[in-house]
Design a protein around this ligand. Structure first.
Ligand SMILES: C[S@@+](CC[C@H](N)C(=O)[O-])C[C@H]1O[C@@H](n2cnc3c(N)ncnc32)[C@H](O)[C@@H]1O
Length: 271
């Protein structure tokens, strides 16, 4: 890889701008090179990448926030940044603030397009005070383009559909509660929010409950193209057509015989 930031992946000639196959071919080295190149020209991305590498977010005023176990990798941030750069609507949404690394990356990338945008994050409790330094930085840096709503995603997500309308968002990142029924509830809301051509991204796809939801989607939702970044524990779904299933459609899918955090070994290692 050169050290240049990647251009947003080329869009095909499809009606809804389906991602090209070259997108899925992105490996870990390319994703890291992308975020590193952005960090050279964007101070917020640089701050976020430093936090990912050192485990500590450093506010310009000297305060710090330790990421501890809630730490997104540079490759994960690179992939989210590439998707945020292609977000086809002014609005994007996230379920689960955590330590705010994904939020920071999405906000900083979206700002680079110099178009009006809004990023809303649902998280009722956060991590018992952790993440507050990152959040105060984001409020100062991005003003009203960033909004944290203190609601569970299963409440706030559907409410946002009524408020903003179906298909109003271009990117929905799911990294909240990882119980199976919560992942499915989040997917239902994300599906309603996501526009044609937009993206739904799931984190922690090696965990059995999330893997189970992904297996359901892969078998039952032909209206989504699925890009597997298992090596980064992420799956990207792009909505490529309207949902034309019958109301009672159901295809069987595989439920992993593992519990809790018994992680799957990634089947597709990219780096
Ligand atoms: C793994 S962290 C998210 C990490 C984040 N992507 C980052 O970059 O730091 C998971 C977050 O989901 C939140 N969460 C848990 N259950 C939730 C729910 N039902 N709705 C919204 N957020 C939830 C937790 O409070 C926690 O902050």
């Amino acid at each position: 890889m050169s050290g240049e930031a990647l251009a947003a992946p080329a869009l095909s000639d499809g009606d809804f701008g389906a991602l090209s196959a070259s997108f899925e071919a992105l490996d870990r080295a390319a994703l890291i090179a992308h975020i590193e190149a952005l960090a050279r020209t964007d101070a917020v991305i640089a701050r976020c990448l430093d936090a990912s590498r050192t485990g500590v977010f450093k506010h310009p005023d000297g305060r710090t926030d330790a990421l501890l176990d809630v730490r997104m990798s540079p490759a994960q941030l690179g992939l989210l940044s590439l998707l945020a750069a292609q977000c086809p609507r002014p609005a994007s949404v996230e379920f689960g603030f955590g330590m705010g690394s994904s939020t920071t990356t999405i906000l900083a990338t979206r700002r680079r397009a110099r178009e009006p945008f809004k990023h809303i994050v649902f998280d009722a409790t956060g991590l018992a005070g952790r993440g507050e330094v990152v959040q105060s930085f984001l409020i100062d840096e991005f003003g009203p383009a960033f909004e944290r709503r203190y609601l569970r995603s299963e409440i706030g997500g559907p409410a946002l559909v009524s408020e903003a309308g179906a298909g109003s968002c271009g990117l929905v990142f799911l990294d909240g509660c990882h119980r199976f029924e919560n992942v499915m509830a989040d997917f239902v809301a994300a599906d309603l929010l996501c526009c044609l051509g937009g993206f739904v991204v799931l984190d922690d796809v090696l965990a059995p409950a999330v893997e189970c939801a992904v297996n359901y989607i892969a078998r039952n939702r032909p209206d989504y193209a699925l890009f597997n970044f298992e090596a980064e524990s992420l799956v990207v779904l792009q909505k490529i057509s309207p949902d034309e299933r019958e109301w009672s459609d159901f295809r069987p899918f595989e439920a992993p015989a593992r519990s809790n955090w018994e992680l799957k070994t990634p089947s597709l290692v990219r780096a």
